[in-house]
Design a protein around this ligand. Sequence first.
Ligand SMILES: Nc1nc2c(ncn2[C@@H]2O[C@H](COP(=O)(O)OP(=O)(O)OP(=O)(O)O)[C@@H](O)[C@H]2O)c(=O)[nH]1
Ligand SMILES: [Mg+2]
Ligand SMILES: [Zn+2]
Length: 330
Amino acid sequence: MKGLVISSSRNIFTVKPDALGPGRKETLRGGVETARKQLTCRIKGKVLKGVEGYGKPLAPGDRVCFDWDPGHPHQGLIREVEGRKNLLTRFNRQGQSSQLLAANVDLALCVTTPVSPPFRPRFLDRVLLQADKAGIPPVIVCNKQDLYAEGRADPDTEERLQDWSRIGYPVFRVSARTGEGLGELRSYIARRFSVLLGQSGVGKSSLINALAPDLHIRVGSLNEKYDRGNHTTAMPVLLDIPGLGEGTGIIDTPGMRRFVPDRIQAQDILYYMREFAPLVGKCTYGLSCSHRTEPGCKIREAVSRGAIHEDRYESFLRIHDELAGSGYDD
Ligand SMILES: Nc1nc2c(ncn2[C@@H]2O[C@H](COP(=O)(O)OP(=O)(O)OP(=O)(O)O)[C@@H](O)[C@H]2O)c(=O)[nH]1
Ligand SMILES: [Mg+2]
Ligand SMILES: [Zn+2]
């Protein structure tokens, strides 16, 4: 039997079995009713082939093959994960391992706010880097537009949004509270699988509620409120959103305080920063240029003529230093 991973907590996975065709009801214990439900699954044996080296080996969006668990009635044993189209991860400092956030998605919705929590462009630059590395097209969603009217918004926000847009990222300005801008976002994500990413409190879960008020999912998943500052029990979860068209799904992820890029070597960052990438290797010192003090540096030249925003350059320097110093690259 095959199914879709909805969420994972420790070594327990929630899997939605594929709908069974006519005449195949009996193969799924409990009949067709079970086919629509979510099943609790464990992994057969100790490790899942091909996905060693991760804290939790499966992410929402993974497709798995499973059998019935002889030891646990109505539960499954996962024996295999199907090849992934893509995989979004981040580096977990505490666990010193990759944390899987989402698999097989079409879009990464990177959520930010002009204030409350404070606008943090550097956090977003890290998320954009990771999504581009994973080959998942990122989209920027600036939520809480209603706060502009209150005059509390960080004045840098609009400038950075325009710059991200200039370098090729779609930008949506929305408010989960007033509904502003949600129509466009709704049509953009319809019939696709997206993952929501962002700091705690930017309104990821509120956006899901606003985008799909008619959600028919388990109340537990929808109402589950991730404690800010305490992410021990929080986990990414896939929500089915049939109201936006067949095949629409969103993976809600726990709010993160920091985003440490995963499985990217310091010297490769520039390949995944869109406006830097065409300049790689063009400096006078070629690939050995650190883009800091060397004469004939094309990156710094691009910064001074405005082709690279100063703040993106600053993001590059900081991410580089963090990855170069951490020693976990593989
Ligand atoms: N003013 C305003 N507040 C909003 C908006 N969207 C969400 N909020 C508020 O922001 C707070 C956080 O919203 P959540 O949806 O829980 O944020 P989250 O990103 O899911 O947070 P985590 O689950 O901790 O990662 C709540 O108090 C919301 O009511 C908005 O568009 N405008
Ligand atoms: Mg949330
Ligand atoms: Zn250089």
